[in-house]
Ligand binder design. Structure first.
Ligand code: AMP
Ligand code: ZN
Length: 460
């Protein structure tokens, strides 16, 4: 079945035709100066749903999510302070400790929300050389200039700068008061010099002077390192369209001369509060995953809420809405629990629901079809089989009761599963099947899903 996605670059829904095998997917990761809030996690959950959709459609995906542990400044105009260094001062810890602490907190939350781990999670501080090399190329090609505080990208040198936004971002030269020493308001820092008055903790030598990389160059350097100079999908929140992603495109295409840098740009709308205010740290209105838990919700209740709203619409968060998601999820769990027969996927509903998902990730419609299917006179085996089939994408862990936790299985079975996974990784499917048979003879059935092998007691 074809997959259709809204591409911010094309400004329309397009059929997804992969450029490369496996499909490369880059999602902008967190700046690790504080806990990520549920607004951020809306975006990360949607990205996970997109990735799982690709996998269920048969694509192999290489997913990269960076960790921004340096260079993200408190304002988008390349002034202000480095968020990680500022947080270090406030919390009286080193910048490295701050980055490590909040990276671990972020990873914990990803797990709680059942987000599949990316294949690579590169840290900006471990890719300084790649960034310097990229800036050197831009310098050689004449795209850079120096000011007293750093090396900047001259956006007036590109004819199609700003194409992700659509209308041409006005290039007004010479507005000295507002733009400082920049030549154009849209120019941005590739490398910032360490301030003279204050000693930075995170700084590196470069051909231009001691300093640190700009935020945008990080994503260009790290995405190209792991996915190549051109790749399929790049995601993020809609706030990244006019500056961060626009600048990523500009510097990447200027450096490689390969156009487009990325074929499909997918952007997730904001999580807002009742007054339509975006959830953001600067607004002082953030809610964390642990806050939800403290109020008696499971992180997966929030995942259900995210599923029930189209990713291109505002998600208006309220605890009443979360309560209703919690009840729906509870109902789904009740339907699955106690089921001991063999589940069967129903083809009619499989196609009907996948069609909605493949139509630009219309999860609200897909969910509503799931409920219609569950209310129909389909057999229990088919209802549950179809529900669990799609839970591979939904990620609500509905099969928790049916499948055993791998680490609670007898050691012999665990070892066999591990052995089989290695064989499968090495594409030795004949031997892997033999192990499946052996596991079966010991009374367990193994099922391969998007999130790995699952095991249950044999039903026959
Ligand atoms: P940041 O750490 O600010 O770069 O944000 C991490 C990700 O969360 C980015 O993809 C942002 O676009 C996204 N994001 C930030 N605030 C919100 C929000 N209120 N709702 C949804 N996504 C958000
Ligand atoms: Zn990024």
């Amino acid at each position: 079945m074809d997959l259709f996605v809204y591409n911010t670059l094309a400004k329309k829904v397009e059929k997804f035709v992969p450029f490369k095998y496996p499909v490369g997917m880059y999602t902008c990761g967190p700046t690790v100066y504080d806990f990520a809030h549920i607004g951020n996690f809306r975006t990360y959950i949607v990205e996970d749903l997109i990735k799982r959709t690709l996998i269920l459609n048969g694509y192999k995906v290489v997913h990269v999510m960076n960790i921004t542990d340096v260079g993200h400044l408190t304002d988008d105009q390349d002034q202000g302070e480095d968020k990680v260094e500022l947080s270090a001062q406030k919390e009286k810890k080193s910048a490295w400790e701050i980055a490590e602490f909040y990276t671990n907190a972020f990873l914990d939350d990803l797990k709680k929300l059942n987000i599949l781990m990316p294949d690579y999670m590169p840290k900006a501080t471990e890719h300084i050389k790649e960034m310097i090399d990229l800036i050197k190329i831009l310098e050689k090609k004449g795209y850079t200039y120096r000011t007293s505080d750093g090396i900047y990208f001259d956006t007036s040198k590109l004819k199609d700068y700003g194409k992700l936004v659509g209308k041409k971002i006005e290039l007004i030269p010479g507005l000295r008061v507002e733009i400082g020493e920049k030549k154009n308001p849209t120019d941005f820092a590739l490398w910032k010099f360490s301030p003279k008055e204050k000693k930075r903790q995170m700084e590196w030598d470069s051909p231009w002077g001691v300093g640190f990389p700009g935020w945008h160059i990080e994503c260009s350097a790290m995405s190209m390192k792991y996915l190549g100079e051109q790749f399929d999908i790049h995601c993020g929140g809609i706030d990244h369209i006019p500056v961060h992603h626009t600048n990523e495109i500009a510097q990447s295409e200027a450096a490689t001369e390969k156009i487009p840098f990325v074929f499909y740009w997918i952007h997730v709308n904001f999580l807002v509060l009742k007054n339509q205010k975006k959830m953001a740290k600067s607004e002082g209105n953030v809610i964390l995953v642990k806050d939800l838990q403290e109020r008696g919700f499971s992180p997966l209740d929030f995942r259900y809420l995210v599923l029930s709203c189209h990713y291109q619409s505002f998600l208006e968060f309220s605890f009443e809405a979360l309560e209703s998601s919690k009840n729906s999820l509870k109902r789904l769990r009740e339907i699955v629990s106690g089921f001991e027969k063999k589940e069967v996927v129903n083809d009619f509903w499989k196609n009907k629901i996948l069609e909605k998902i493949n139509d630009n990730f219309n999860f609200p419609e897909a969910l509503s079809n799931v409920w219609t299917m569950l209310r129909s006179d389909l057999s229990q085996e088919e209802k549950i089989g179809t529900l669990l089939y799609f839970d591979q994408i939904f990620g609500l862990n509905l099969d928790e009761e049916i499948y055993k936790k791998i680490d609670e299985l007898p050691e012999e079975i665990r070892n066999l599963i591990q052995e089989r996974e290695i064989l499968r990784k090495n594409k030795n499917f004949v031997e892997a099947d033999k192990i499946r048979e052996k596991i079966k003879s010991l009374g367990y059935e193994i099922i391969d899903t998007i999130s790995g092998p699952k095991v249950r007691k044999s039903t026959n």
